[in-house]
Design a protein around this ligand. Structure first.
Ligand code: R5P
Length: 301
């Protein structure tokens, strides 16, 4: 009964304590709606403000890539060490345990294979299915300077409109054609265009000269793409430099799952991204963890 509560009233309403207005930790994301921010906070660790995304979506245009022939065997063991998993709905439904509760970034564009013009993509996922899969974001490829540049931009803007409607953030993945210069001028253009046209975060390759100008001129978070397999120390150095120059984390595939010791590598990448561990120290950690990982594998044989 309301009357019975009377004596407690003055105390429990804390009338002298103003309610806190919480800001949101992520660059350019302060005015997004609650659901959108909540999904982004599942991808980006609110403590470090950064993410380690594990990209395993390569099969959507190139089939069973080296290291991804059996995702159940090679990738599932890595899941506890990633903040987010980027993949297609086919692999999500068939291979990833539904008890996996971290963020899913769903590949939402596709069409051409490596045998055709890659920029000729279309949207490849319906929003209803994305919500059914409880994803934290949708990823779409954008081919600035590519043959189907406008079409790929339209894929992105349509997805952003749908994402805004459903509260699901969109990751624009900048795809660079083989004959294009991978330089700061290109990535400033591509990343800024994606952000201006509504992408909530952007994936860009790292470049040694001027990467900080790419991150600083992009008003939303940038995650660094991994690219082709490098020696582990080089990959850790690239991740460190990217984060040091303003990236909000990494979205790496082959440099993790094609490593001799993928669990050791993803743990070392995590230290670099979240704790800004120096590359040499992270490489020592990798080597140490690698011994243990390979030792365990031997023991199982
Ligand atoms: C990039 O265009 C696609 O999303 C890839 O399938 C994937 O994300 C690439 O990852 P990585 O280059 O690190 O292997």
């Amino acid at each position: 009964m309301p009357e019975a509560d009377k004596g407690k009233e003055a105390k429990d309403f804390f009338t002298e304590v103003p309610q806190k207005t919480n800001g949101f930790f992520l660059k350019g994301s302060g005015s997004l709606d609650w659901g959108m921010q909540n999904r982004l906070a599942r991808i980006f660790n609110p403590k470090s403000g950064r993410t380690v995304m594990l990209a395993v979506d390569h099969g959507y245009f190139q089939g069973p890539t080296t290291g991804l022939e059996r995702i159940d065997l090679s990738i599932v063991p890595l899941l506890p060490h990633a903040d987010a998993l980027m993949l297609t709905r086919g692999i999500l439904r068939t291979v990833i345990p539904s008890s996996f509760t971290k963020a899913i970034v769903l590949r939402a564009s596709g069409g051409p294979s490596i045998l055709k013009e890659l920029s000729n993509e279309r949207l490849a996922v319906d929003m209803e299915d994305a919500t059914r899969l409880n994803v934290s974001a949708l990823a779409v490829q954008v081919f600035i300077g590519g043959e189907y540049e406008t079409q790929s931009i339209e894929n992105m803007t349509q997805l952003v409109d749908l994402g805004n409607q459903y509260g699901i953030p969109v990751l624009a993945v900048t795809a660079v054609g083989k004959d294009m210069a991978r330089d700061a001028r290109y990535f400033r253009l591509a990343c800024r265009m994606c952000a201006e046209l509504g992408a909530h975060f952007v994936k860009s390759y790292y470049i040694p000269d001027g990467f900080d100008t790419v991150t600083s001129s992009c008003p939303v978070p940038i995650v660094m793409a991994g690219g082709k397999k490098l020696p582990e120390l080089d990959a850790l150095t690239m991740a460190y430099n990217a984060v040091d120059q303003g990236a909000s984390g990494v979205d790496m595939g082959r440099n993790i799952f094609q490593s001799d010791a993928p669990i050791a590598m993803i743990k070392a990448v995590g230290k670099v991204v979240h704790d800004k561990m120096k590359p040499k120290q992270a490489y020592e950690l990798y080597k140490d963890l690698k011994q243990k990982e390979l030792g365990k594998k031997k023991g199982k044989k």
